[in-house]
Design a protein around this ligand. Structure first.
Ligand SMILES: Cc1cc2nc3c(=O)[nH]c(=O)nc-3n(C[C@H](O)[C@H](O)[C@H](O)COP(=O)(O)OP(=O)(O)OC[C@H]3O[C@@H](n4cnc5c(N)ncnc54)[C@H](O)[C@@H]3O)c2cc1C
Length: 370
């Protein structure tokens, strides 16, 4: 089944596996990608595509045809408070995830990568591949078979999600994403709405896997809430999917000639569940380390050291903020928002808000008057 001439096998043709394949092929590395999907875009719409424009600038693909909408702000609702952030210019795009997957796949193939769809790999297949390829990459998502086959440390917690799209909605402000903390649904619950157009709205929720609750039930409670019910009056749900997001990084991501990247490594922002920007930056590091391992005999473990050195600081801040707000009760969270408003947080975030790099924002916040 597998060709020995290939240097790298990537399990998973999600966005991160495809971006890594493209980067490796551009470096002249022989790379094959395997995925169980029938079509490259299958299941892509389980996830949202809200990405900062500054983060997207770090991903070298032509994502522009996938843009659905542009955003310049956010409203964050807690039980008794509201935080309003509005920038002068657009800060994020909503991308069509299916289209984005197709763009990444086309660019990977154009660069020389080979993509094998309809290939569901069992633990046995994966073990065999380890000896047949110089490097085996697990880019196989949140529940990684590569990680479990080779007993990588487990991911501590996952967010269970339910995401739906509604049509016939009447949306006044199409440039704002709304985030809701409703701890009466579950303690760690958050919900969001993201407009695709004046009449199409994405509505989603996340809860902690540790809460042992069903994400669709939490979603049903969310859309029955007065504010969301009013938004969705006369609306019709056209698609809905349950999925999950890892929110902690694995403690080890390289073993022998095996490397994990993207969701399988847990390279995700715990605050928003966004995994594309950090996954892509880590795929960059992976491409360099794999190249240096195959062509120059360097350690593959350089990947582990390098991505942690470059990105763990910001990922840790996301982890900390997520733990903080998900463990506060409604009243304490509302109080925190009210106090931060007194300190000018709305104005500050409107001006300097950065969805990806909280460390830069924190520095700017404390040194803004210097
Ligand atoms: C509801 C939701 C909303 C999100 N919103 C955002 C957002 O707004 N912005 C953002 O940046 N991120 C968002 N994310 C996170 C983002 O979708 C992920 O971080 C990103 O898709 C991870 O890509 P990946 O390539 O690592 O994994 P995946 O996209 O999960 O791809 C893994 C691939 O591996 C394949 N696979 C798995 N096991 C096997 C096997 N045994 N054999 C063969 N193939 C296999 C699967 O078929 C799949 O195609 C969201 C996620 C969810 C669930």
């Amino acid at each position: 089944m597998f060709r020995k001439s290939n240097e790298v096998a990537i399990i998973g043709a999600g966005i991160i596996g495809l971006l890594l394949a493209k980067k490796l092929a551009e470096k002249g590395i022989n790379v094959e990608v395997y995925d169980s999907k029938k079509e490259i875009s299958d299941a892509a719409n389980k996830a949202s595509g809200i990405l900062s424009i500054s983060g997207l600038a770090t991903i070298p693909i032509n994502y522009k045809p996938a843009i659905i909408n542009m955003l310049n702000g956010a409203k964050i609702f807690t039980k008794n408070s509201l935080l309003s952030i509005r920038a002068n210019d657009n800060k994020a795009y909503i991308l069509d995830r299916a289209k984005l997957a197709e763009i990444c796949a086309n660019e990977a193939v154009e660069s020389g990568a080979k993509i094998n769809l309809n290939s569901r790999l069992t633990k046995l297949d994966i073990e065999k591949m380890q000896s047949e390829y110089k490097v085996l990459v697990g880019a196989d998502g949140a529940v990684s078979t590569v990680a479990s086959t080779f007993a990588f440390p487990k991911i501590d917690d996952y967010i269970l999600t339910y995401k739906a799209v509604f049509k016939n909605v009447s949306i006044k402000d199409t440039k704002i994403v709304e985030i809701y903390f409703m701890k009466n649904i579950t303690k760690k619950f958050f919900g969001w709405t993201a407009p695709y157009s004046k009449s199409k709205l994405e509505v989603g929720i996340g809860i902690s896997q540790k809460e042992h609750r069903n994400s669709f039930n939490a979603f049903s409670m969310f859309i029955k809430n007065d504010i969301i019910k009013k938004k969705l009056k006369n609306a019709k749900m056209i698609e809905g999917y349950a999925s999950l997001i890892p929110i902690n990084q694995r403690k080890q991501t390289v073993k022998s000639n095996i490397l994990l990247v993207g969701d399988s490594a847990g390279q995700v922002k715990a605050t928003t569940g966004g995994g594309i920007i950090f996954g892509s930056m880590c795929a960059d590091v992976a491409a360099n380390s794999i190249f240096n391992y195959i062509k120059k005999g360097e350690q593959l473990n350089n990947y582990e050291n390098e991505w942690r050195k470059k990105y763990m600081k910001n990922l840790r801040i996301h982890n900390f903020l997520h733990t903080l707000y998900s463990n506060l009760n409604d009243d304490s969270l509302s109080m925190l928002v009210k106090v931060s408003k007194i300190f000018g947080i709305e104005k500050f975030l409107s001006r300097y808000g950065d969805m990806d790099n909280p460390s830069i924002m924190i520095k700017k916040f404390f040194f803004r008057n210097k």
